[in-house]
Design a protein around this ligand. Structure first.
Ligand SMILES: O=C(O)CCC(=O)C(=O)O
Ligand SMILES: [Fe+2]
Length: 176
């Protein structure tokens, strides 16, 4: 997974015409990678119960393997189903990538529906900057047309978690 995160971070940097190691440097030498396996049992009342409530991730980004559909991403008043592609890793931007890219990459609200027919298992790998490491918008993404949207923050994942438990987003705490 370390190899995958290195490739992903570099690809994201070059796609934005930034120096390829810039995000890797922000994540730091001891970046955190935590895996969580989630079992969603099939459910009698899928219209009444969600598998996972709407939220954003407090990570840099999240790598996701899924064996069934159910995940949905919210964009402009609509929910979009994430397709199941065998053996593909779905990469979901977290709030800290939105901060580091000065809002160019968005951390989407997502949720998981429940399913009356089938169980679902996902493995989420949460990739976040090392503890105590300050992160902020890349200088190359701050200019006259795109003023600085976020300040420097550290240990954002903890702030995010406190808000998450109350059903709230935390990104406003990082606004410049
Ligand atoms: O199970 C999934 O597909 C998504 C999991 C998720 O969004 C999360 O754990 O933050
Ligand atoms: Fe999530």
């Amino acid at each position: 997974m370390k190899m995958v995160t290195e490739l992903t971070s570099k690809a994201m940097a070059t796609s934005l015409n930034l120096e390829e190691n810039c995000f890797l440097n922000q994540f730091g030498e001891r970046a955190m990678l935590q895996a969580r396996s989630i079992y969603y049992s099939k459910c009698q009342g899928p219209d009444l119960i969600l598998g996972l409530k709407p939220h954003t991730d407090g990570t840099g980004y999240t790598l996701l393997l899924q064996d069934e559909v159910g995940l949905q991403v919210f964009n402009k008043d609509k929910w979009y189903a994430v397709p199941k592609i065998s053996h593909a890793i779905f990469i979901l931007m977290g709030d800290q990538m939105e901060i580091m890219t000065n809002g160019v990459f968005k951390s989407p609200v997502h949720r998981v529906l429940s399913n009356s027919e089938r169980d679902r298992v996902s493995i989420a790998m949460f990739y976040a900057p090392e503890k105590g490491k300050e992160i902020g918008p890349e200088d190359g993404l701050v200019n006259d047309e795109r003023p600085r949207l976020f300040k420097k923050v550290k240990d954002y994942a903890y702030t995010h978690w406190e808000y998450y438990q109350r059903g709230m987003r935390a990104l406003h705490t990082a606004k410049a």
